[in-house]
Design a protein around this ligand. Structure first.
Ligand code: SF4
Length: 245
């Protein structure tokens, strides 16, 4: 799809381009927290009424001072304008470019400095069931992006009974085989409408982090409630942004 809005954080000098659309069909998509949709797998918030043109996006970015431009989704790599915007941001604005959230299905990309890949599962069958796609391409792309010199991060949602500790530790071990310094973030599952899985307990979160720290040097966690996830500005001023397009 395409980008529908741009936000700006003056304090930290970054802008974010927000895309609508995704190539995966995750039943557990966290965007359902906001939309409340519980039937269709995948991205499920209403389609924006209009999308931004490339000249509109360029003008908005030129109107502010930025060190970094992030791209978010859905899945930002499914925007056909992404390559032109990356080229513009690197060469005209002179800012760093980063995919703030991606499913990893299209990496590496020219003029992109880094990406935070949400890897869904280690188990092949669970990955297929969760996303509708095999895991092989995502894992290959992640490794290729690291080898290309991109600054990579990974994250996973811990869903007890579905994406369990053993899968998350296996993923951490695999990431460590590429580079033990790659940041790894474990997010406790936040129940979405229409799904029966439960949030992990505090003890389960502590145990999974401990297991991953045996392999990786930089493991973090978040364990938000639904209410906290829907009001991130109250927890972190990086979410305090204003709309510039
Ligand atoms: S990859 Fe992310 S945005 Fe796309 S459907 Fe899955 S959870 Fe939602």
């Amino acid at each position: 799809m395409s980008f529908h809005s741009i936000t700006y954080n003056e304090k930290y000098r970054f802008a974010t381009l927000h895309n609508y659309g995704c190539t995966f069909r995750c039943a557990i998509c966290s965007y359902k927290l906001r939309s409340g949709a519980n039937g269709t797998p995948g991205l499920s918030y209403p389609k924006p009424k209009r999308f931004l043109t490339v000249p509109e996006m360029k003008k908005a970015l030129q109107s502010v001072s930025v060190d970094t431009v992030y791209f978010m989704g859905g899945e930002p790599t499914c925007s056909k304008e992404l390559p032109e915007m990356l080229e513009f941001i690197k060469n005209e604005i002179g800012a760093a470019t980063f995919l703030g959230h991606t499913n990893g299905s299209q990496l590496p990309i020219p003029n992109l400095d880094g990406a935070n890949v949400g890897i869904k599962a280690w188990d092949e069958q669970v990955h297929l069931d969760y996303t509708g796609r095999p895991k092989e391409l995502i894992y290959q792309n992640f490794e290729a992006a690291v080898c290309s010199g991109m600054r990579m991060k990974a994250n996973i949602v811990y869903i007890p009974g579905y994406v369990d500790t053993d899968q998350i530790e296996s993923l951490a071990e695999w990431i460590a085989s590429i580079d033990v310094n790659i940041p790894f973030h474990i997010m406790g599952y936040i129940p979405v409408p229409g799904q029966t899985y439960s949030r992990p307990t505090d003890e389960q979160m502590t145990a999974v982090v401990k297991a991953c720290r045996k392999h990786l040097k930089n493991v973090a966690k978040s364990h938000l409630t639904s209410e906290e996830a829907l009001d991130l500005t109250a927890r972190d001023d990086r979410f305090a942004v204003r709309m510039i397009a």
